[in-house]
Write a protein that binds this ligand. Structure first.
Ligand code: FAD
Length: 383
């Protein structure tokens, strides 16, 4: 019978945390998975918070290793290219591959998280504690303090792994103890989600593409959902004369979309309500060093390296982290004090590369995909 002191604590039951719990349990570890929120399988999604995401081969590889890819892919919608919507004229399709058959997959974030949570819960040795928000950590002993609806709770663990996202409390605790340095670079752009419901029972736009409305200083994308709706994400500066804050009335919102996104307006009957009530999310790049302390505390996923979403690779990258940590544990005969530094050594450079590429892709998506030069080049590439 294992005790709390033998357990590996995984803090944050998001995409990375649930996958990590599955990999660790398969290695035979007792795992305690702590999550600040209630069980998502019993609740509803938060309004306007990244409803779907693009899952690519990097993420699928991780899911295949735990036998979950097939189940997750049942509801996936493959997107084989970009559909670029100009202000005037017909949208143009730009395939992602020369053969036209390679795709990224639009997946419900909630369904993916629930499938991973379910898979973790089924494995022997995994216990899940919801409504546990980590608020304290002693990196020397692994003792954690959680806020719960019943009051503060303390727990111990042999190793503590922070998969608690971009605003990681585990990272915060290491910072407070002077054990790491971090930089958080916020973009002056935020994002807001809008919905295109089904039209006459069918998709209102082509579901085989990722739709983009590049507008220079702003940009919108739309990904299809299994219920035949689309979730649009509008990226725009958070402040200034042309920004989310600048549209104060129903008329101003309608005028703005009629001018810049004229083909969207008739397809989005709840546009004004969505715009007025959905929150503006922040976007930023998190860098920190080191990602681990003494083989006892480690960071994975967004907690170690959150990136802006323009390459659609944050979750894919978090999944790759888990596969790599599992590989490092195998190579180091499960010696955590060797495996965690090796993991950082192998992943940090890659995380930095995708962080930079994601920022560069923002410029391409909001601007260059609409330029005549880019479209000509694409036509030649894909001829
Ligand atoms: P998260 O998913 O943030 O999970 C963290 C978990 O920790 C949550 O469940 C949270 O409740 C919990 N938690 C937080 N604090 C505590 C605490 N103190 N105690 C206990 N639990 C805690 N990536 C892609 O690959 N493809 C995409 O298309 C894509 N699109 C995106 C679009 C947008 C608009 C945004 C913002 C991001 C997008 N991403 C995409 C990035 C992706 O969402 C993240 O990289 C991914 O969610 C990271 O997973 P994670 O498990 O590390 O963190």
């Amino acid at each position: 019978m294992s005790t709390e002191r033998d357990e590996i604590a995984v803090v944050g039951a998001g995409l990375a945390g649930c996958l990590l719990a599955c990999f660790l349990a398969r290695r035979g570890y007792p795992v305690a998975l702590y999550e600040r929120r209630p069980d998502p399988r019993t609740g509803t999604a938060e309004r306007g918070r990244s409803i779907n995401l693009a899952l690519s081969e990097r993420g699928l590889d991780a899911l295949r290793r735990i036998g979950l890819a097939e189940q997750v892919m049942v509801d996936a919608l493959p997107m084989r290219g970009r559909m670029v919507h100009p202000v005037v004229g017909e949208p143009g399709f730009q395939p992602y591959s020369v053969s036209g058959d390679r795709a990224i997959n639009s997946i419900s974030r909630g369904a993916l998280n629930n499938a991973l949570l379910e898979a973790a819960a089924k494995l022997p040795g995994v216990r899940i504690a919801f409504d546990h928000r980590l608020v304290g950590l002693d990196p020397a002993t692994g003792e954690m303090t959680f806020d719960t609806p019943q009051g503060p709770v303390t727990a111990g663990a042999r190793v503590v792994l922070g998969t608690d996202g971009a605003g990681s409390a585990v990272r915060g605790q290491l910072l407070e103890h002077g054990l790491l340095t971090e930089s958080v670079d916020f973009l002056d752009y935020g994002y807001k989600e809008l919905t295109i419901p089904p039209l006459g029972g069918d998709f209102a736009l082509d579901p085989g593409a990722l739709h983009i409305w590049p507008r220079g200083t702003s940009m919108m994308i739309a990904l299809p959902n299994p219920d035949r709706s689309f979730t649009c994400t509008l990226f725009w500066p958070t402040h200034g004369t042309a920004s989310f804050a600048s549209l104060g009335s129903k008329a101003a919102i309608e005028r703005h979309f009629a001018q810049h996104y004229p083909d969207l307006l008739p397809l989005a009957p709840n546009l004004v309500d969505d715009y007025q009530h959905n929150p503006v999310g922040v976007l930023g790049t998190v860098r920190c060093d080191p990602w681990q302390v003494d083989g006892r505390v480690g960071l994975l996923g967004d907690a170690a390296h959150a990136i802006v979403p323009f390459y659609g690779q944050g979750a894919n990258c978090a999944f790759e982290d888990v596969v790599e940590l599992d590989r490092c544990l195998s190579e180091c005969a499960d010696d955590w004090s060797a495996a965690l530094p090796l993991f950082q050594h192998r992943r940090q450079e890659n995380a930095e590369a995708i962080a930079r590429m994601a920022l560069a892709n923002f410029v391409e998506m909001r601007d260059k995909v609409a330029s005549p030069v880019f479209q000509t080049r694409k036509r030649v590439e894909h001829a």
